[in-house]
Design a protein around this ligand. Structure first.
Ligand SMILES: [Zn+2]
Ligand SMILES: [Zn+2]
Length: 316
């Protein structure tokens, strides 16, 4: 049952709390590193310049990828996956589950849909009234179907999916680099603080917390980044890792794995110069993906006029 408007407004405000905390921690880390560490504690001018340059490079890339992950709206399926008003009427009039499934099966014939429910039926979203493309899932927080949905990230208050997965990977990478840079440059001063050689208690507190918080985030981000590198190279989403996708012949956990290189290129694109930048370069349109068993030695995937993947040559 849909929530009343005032409760929806309250829920939206609550969802903003984690991302606000993250932004405040980042702003404080910038202040603590630049003012207290570089400006007050460092006495060597060369070291100060080198550290500030490296820090701002990391901070710039981190902020850019963070903003892109946060602000890129999740992409929803195109209109061809939506039921037409006549199909919708026909679907609603039928009462039997079998008949409804048959209607969806007939409509799906012209769509590039391979995944099924556990009961081998066409995947249909009752909220959005559409046939779900492969790897698409309905997000109850965003209240929409999201293409190649990975997960809904409460810390970013956004869905991670086809439209921003590359940005999310870069966000993990640059935030880890940001934390590691802080830890490695501040640790010698941190040790001096422990030995009691440095003065001001306010500076002490900022530097101590900066090292501890950065170290804590670095460990967490390291695990998260390596987990997502493993998902990327095996072409799985977090949801597919949690629940194996079903096809007409049954479940297939490796269905979208077409080789490490091809899996990487699907997300990062072929243009190497764009790999480190949080700009769109992913292949395809997020509605269809090459399947492992279709990639025989005589076939290769090509994109048709609609941006969907289609197979050329023999299909096994
Ligand atoms: Zn939906
Ligand atoms: Zn979502």
């Amino acid at each position: 049952m849909p929530l009343p408007a005032c409760l929806r407004g309250c829920a939206r405000l609550l969802y903003c709390i984690p991302v606000t905390i993250i932004i405040m921690v980042v702003m404080w880390s910038y202040y603590a590193y630049v003012v207290h560490f570089c400006w007050i504690l460092l006495t060597c001018a060369t070291q100060r310049v080198v550290f500030l340059c490296l820090f701002h490079m990391c901070f710039g890339m981190f902020s850019w990828s963070f903003w892109k992950t946060l602000s890129t709206p999740p992409s929803s399926p195109s209109v061809e996956f939506q039921l037409s008003s006549s199909d919708s009427l026909l679907y609603e009039q039928e009462h039997g589950g079998k008949e409804k499934s048959q209607i969806l099966l007939e409509i799906s014939q012209k769509l590039p849909v391979h995944t099924r429910t556990a009961a081998r039926a066409i995947r249909f979203c009752h909220h959005c009234q559409l046939i779900k493309p492969d790897r698409c899932h309905h997000c109850s927080v965003c209240q929409m179907c999201v293409l190649k949905m990975d997960h809904h990230c409460p810390w970013l208050n956004n869905c991670i999916g086809f439209s921003n997965y590359k940005f999310f990977m870069l966000f993990l990478l640059y935030s880890l680099l940001y934390c590691l840079l802080i830890v490695t440059t501040v640790t010698p001063t941190f040790i001096q603080l422990w030995l009691g050689k440095l003065f001001d208690s306010c500076v002490k507190l900022h530097v101590l917390f900066l090292t501890l918080v950065s170290g804590m985030f670095a460990v967490t981000l390291c695990f998260l980044l390596f987990f997502h590198i493993w998902l990327l190279t095996s072409n799985k989403t977090t949801l597919e890792w949690l629940s194996v996708p079903f096809f007409a012949d049954g479940p297939a956990s490796e269905a979208f794995d077409v080789g490490v290189q091809a899996n990487f290129l699907q997300v990062f694109g072929k243009k190497k110069s764009l790999w480190p930048l949080p700009v769109s370069s992913s292949q395809g349109d997020g509605h269809s993906f090459p399947l492992r068993w279709q990639m025989s030695s005589h076939s290769h995937s090509v994109m048709n006029g609609n941006g969907h993947y289609a197979m050329e040559g023999s299909v096994g």
